[in-house]
Design a protein around this ligand. Sequence first.
Ligand code: ADP
Ligand code: MG
Length: 655
Amino acid sequence: MTMAAPLIHLQGISRTYRNGELATTVLHDLDLEIHRGEFVAIMGASGSGKSTLMHLLGCLDRPSTGRYLLDGRDVASLERDDLAQLRQRTFGFIFQSYHLIASASATENVEVPAVYAGLPRPQRRQRARMLLTDLGLGEQLSNKPSQLSGGQQQRVSIARALMNDARIILADEPTGALDSQSGQDVLALLSELHRQGKTVIIITHDAEVASHAQRLIEVRDGRIIADSGPATPPVEARDSAPAPTAGPSDTAVASTLADTGEAVRMALRALRANIFRTVLTLLGIVIGVASVVVMLAVGNGARQEVIERISSLGTNLLLVRPGAPNTRRSQDGLTNTLTPLDAELAGQLDNVVAAVPEMSGRATLRAGNTDYQTQITATSPALPLARDWSVVSGVFLDAQDNQRYAAVAVLGRTVADNLFGPGAAPLGEYVLINNVPFQVIGVMAPKGATPWGADQDDVVFVPLNTGSLRLIGQRHLNSITVMIDDLSQAELTQEALRQMLLHAHGGVEDFQIRNMASLLENVADTQNTFTVLLGSIAAISLLVGGIGVMNIMLVNVTERTREIGIRVATGARTRHILQQFIVEALVVSAIGGLLGVAFGLAFAAGLQAFGTAIEFTSGPVLLAFGCAFATGLIFGYMPAHKAANLDPVVALSAD
Ligand code: ADP
Ligand code: MG
């Protein structure tokens, strides 16, 4: 028994703190052996280096020189995460100031080490309750630390130290903050743990407290000045059976899922603990996401509306205009190039349903005492077909009207309203157009405005021949609208039309043909740009929301540095801390994203109710939510990274 390797073996350990130029050596060349099952008190005045020694013993800190063999193994070779794992299985810490997580209940505090050991939640909970009940806290299981007395808090921290069935209990001034009765209780508990076979190391400045231990080591100015030597350990002293830690059977995926679930629960708890701040952060994300959703819905709605208006003009139309391509139509001599004959020829092409000539001029109309200026369009009977526009009363012009040069007119809704009163159907009445009497034979159905805002109903239609001869006084057309049958052949038909017109015009391309489909594409492109612009403005507000998340997470990390220290001391690895803070950022962003989407959709629906064109698509919604989530991830990473890499000793001593 006496020849067994010591559990703890320090060889020439020293610890030097460096502050820039200044180096303070706190521990000098310590040699120390502690065996399994010992109950050791390390006693010394304040500032003698006891806590520093405890941090080294507990693998929270590394020595500057010397070797530390734990169970015969040199811990210097271990990485940060290996040390965390070692602590989690080996040490239970009890601190003078308890170091409980303020936002967590007694049970949740006790559970923390088991979370990182991967013990499933129900078992964890059950064991934590059992430990607390054993320590007389059965009634206070769900109390927060602020609802417990000092003695009770210290018992919670003892339960936490026992959670993973640690082999070594390290207690730094465990009674320092307690009244004498609570102090006695805690010491009795530690003695009991020693009897159960644990190795207990208690640090104190108080000789009375130290007298409870079997072995007394005195420290002064970082040196051991007295050591009563190892006592014979109790007969039954042995490492107790392993704690109910998670078996290695856990698959990585399952444990990651369990970790994430736990991280989400912890995140929600942390966010609830500071509800006002959480709400403010949420607000930033909510506004950002909602504006993305609304802006894109409005942008897409406007685009859809324009497309619909243009489509209502007909996508199966080719529009022939006079004048060579890329010349200004106002230049005289270039515009008088289309003739009614061209329209007739166009009408005979394959795949052409109708070719409608239009010749326009302005004229003054008079009915009774009312004068009205409007546009006269001389055209053919096929116009209602090509423009998908019918008469609401009476009839449209027919072929005979044209042949007979008949003085008949079909009024647009606006014209009829202005001359005869709203809603009138003045069939058979006469109007004077430029002092020529025309009989009204029909009124067009209202058509509304063009995509560019002109009133399409402010027009009077007359037969082409009549208009040309008696009203407009010329033979040249403003346009020919060619309606095609098979849209898939549109390109071919357009080319045939061009060849035909070129031939008719002696090889001179003094006309241009536009098709509505390509116009539509142009307009849609323009509208897309508009939508992207709106979207980017909204994205900026989302970015601002993201910076809010980062800000709050940084504050969070700073505020909860001690909590991070506690978690790391009890076995949390870098990835656990990283995960916890990223999950917190993600939870805020996800909640903000969901609320934002809901508000955005509600707001857009409100706008729609007031007549704004809105297009609801899943794209922007997913985009906005995805952006919020990504924002949380990106802006949460930096603070999380900062938290995960805190030095445990520094983190623990933060206030
Ligand atoms: P004890 O726990 O015995 O009261 P500590 O181990 O806390 O003593 O501290 C021992 C000495 O080391 C003190 O003089 C203290 O000022 C110094 N010290 C502790 N931590 C640091 C640090 N991070 N940087 C510089 N000096 C430190
Ligand atoms: Mg101390």
